[in-house]
Design a binder for this molecule. Structure first.
Ligand SMILES: [Zn+2]
Length: 478
């Protein structure tokens, strides 16, 4: 009995030792399987696993997206209608030709031509505290001040309700909208959305009560001396008054100067003007579908930017990612069943004319846009995908094992953007790749939006993900 037991124990011991020796091998095998998920186990067509591996390796090893971003930003700020925007049209057209996409062309877009003019000035004149210069910039679409500028008392407000309650003080004054982005709102695009109305409508709301000009606190979480511009829209039934953004540090200092001297005056000089409309262009390249060429999977960004910087995050990033997504599919030797198309839209910032022009071109009648994805949320690391069609979440499930290691934590209902919105009426599912956004508004529409603010690797991850997603949708449909 005892003998048998010892034998048994020995055998157990041997088995255990064998298992211990085998464990690292089993672990390695598991890691390998994780590194390259097999088609069969993810519900993917088996051949797609190899293709996705190729796309990922090409993208991350070559990191071409950042080169495309630098090329696009090399023209400088690409304000709609400007010579810089025109050069960007040519450069990106040439780029897609060099990349040998199946078809590359431009489509005309009529755009406005607003010009900032010489540097703006804002000086606080206080009998108590002396003169102090504030960092400001005219808001896009603003009218100029008279050549000598405007000098007036300042009324600070925190909301449109606050403005209405102070209406008796407003006539002849400069209204100062001092509304910080809400730091407690985690989703920074929501914080921006809540505050952007003061930039968009503030001038007309102030004019309603007789103000001569408006200044708006810049929309950023940072405290610095970089004013952030952006579009303002005038209510045609009200006088058009000049409006500028003031840096967040400037806003803080104006606020405290007003505490000590409510009678202080602000001298404001803006030199902007508007010229005749000009013809610009959307730039388009595609890999033509091998079977269903009239069915389109679109990915796009906008080529124009504001003029204070070369608009690296906003939105050279989106353009570069769209071009790279197509390049990766081509370079991987893939021929999608449906057409995959990169559209670099003109004039997102100054009215969205490029997106509207694209949607109504006669050629669109012969095409069916299944999905349109807009990338206009900066070049940071991806965190999620959003689509207007609920069932796409399920459809993209087989890709999860690929997308997760690249940063995609979720697929939500949502998506869309200014440029692709008009395609919704044509039946397209709208989508967006959502990157991490905590730093986006540090740069947005300011002089800080330069290529150095973008990480080449984070940007590349976006392109790799989009290449996989659009190729998959081009194969499988929606
Ligand atoms: Zn943008």
């Amino acid at each position: 009995m005892r003998k048998t037991q010892t034998k048994k124990e020995n055998r157990k011991h041997k088995n255990f030792r064998r298992l211990v020796l085998l464990l690292p091998l089993l672990w390695l095998a598991a890691c390998n399987r994780q590194a390259q998920p097999q088609g069969s186990e993810t519900g993917l067509r088996p051949d797609l696993a190899d293709k996705f591996e190729t796309i990922k390796n090409l993208g991350l090893r070559q990191e071409k997206t950042y080169d495309f971003l630098k090329l696009t930003t090399s023209t400088g700020g690409r304000l709609t209608g400007s010579p810089e925007a025109d050069r960007a049209v040519q450069i990106t057209f040439d780029l897609m030709r060099e990349l040998s996409f199946d078809r590359v062309w431009t489509e005309p877009v009529k755009v406005r031509r607003w010009i900032r003019g010489p540097a703006e000035e804002a000086v606080v004149r206080s009998s108590k505290d002396g003169n102090q210069t504030l960092a400001i910039c005219a808001l896009g679409n603003s009218v100029a001040t008279p050549p000598e500028g405007i000098e007036a008392r300042v009324v600070e407000v925190q909301s449109f309700e606050d403005l209405a309650s102070k209406k008796d003080k407003i006539p002849g004054c400069i209204v100062f909208f001092n509304v910080p982005m809400d730091r407690a709102t985690v989703e920074s695009f929501s914080a921006y959305g809540q505050t952007a109305r003061f930039r968009v409508r503030g001038a007309s709301e102030a004019a309603r009560y007789g103000a001569r000009a408006a200044i708006i606190r810049s929309m950023t979480f940072r405290l610095d001396d970089n004013p952030h511009t952006g579009l303002l829209e005038y209510d045609d039934s009200l006088p058009k008054i000049p409006a500028a953004a003031v840096s967040t540090l400037g806003a803080e200092s104006l606020h405290s100067l007003l505490q000590s001297d409510p009678e202080l005056r602000l001298r404001l000089k803006l030199n902007c003007r508007e010229e005749e409309e000009v013809t610009s262009a959307n730039v388009i390249g595609q890999l033509t579908g091998s079977e269903l060429s009239e069915e389109i999977i679109l990915v796009g960004g906008h080529l124009d930017s504001w003029d204070l910087s070369p608009g690296a995050h906003d939105d050279a990033a989106g353009c570069a990612v769209a071009v790279e997504a197509l390049r990766l599919i081509k370079e991987a030797g893939l021929k999608p069943r449906r057409t995959v198309r990169a559209v670099l839209f003109m004039d997102e910032e100054f009215g969205g004319t490029g997106g509207r022009a694209y949607a109504v071109r006669p050629e669109r009648e012969q095409e069916k846009h299944l999905v349109a994805i807009e990338q206009d949320r900066g070049g940071a690391a991806p965190v999620g995908l959003a689509f207007s069609l609920e069932s796409l979440k399920e459809k993209l499930k087989p890709l999860e094992i690929w997308l997760k290691p690249l940063g995609i934590n979720w697929v939500r209902t949502g998506g869309g953007g200014v440029d692709i919105a008009p395609l919704k009426e044509r039946g397209a599912v709208l989508g967006a790749l959502i990157p991490e956004s905590h730093r986006y508004f540090d740069y947005h529409h300011s002089a800080l939006d330069v290529p150095e603010a973008v990480s080449p690797r984070e940007l590349e991850l976006q392109a790799v993900i989009l290449a996989m997603v659009i190729y998959y949708l081009a194969e499988e449909g929606v």
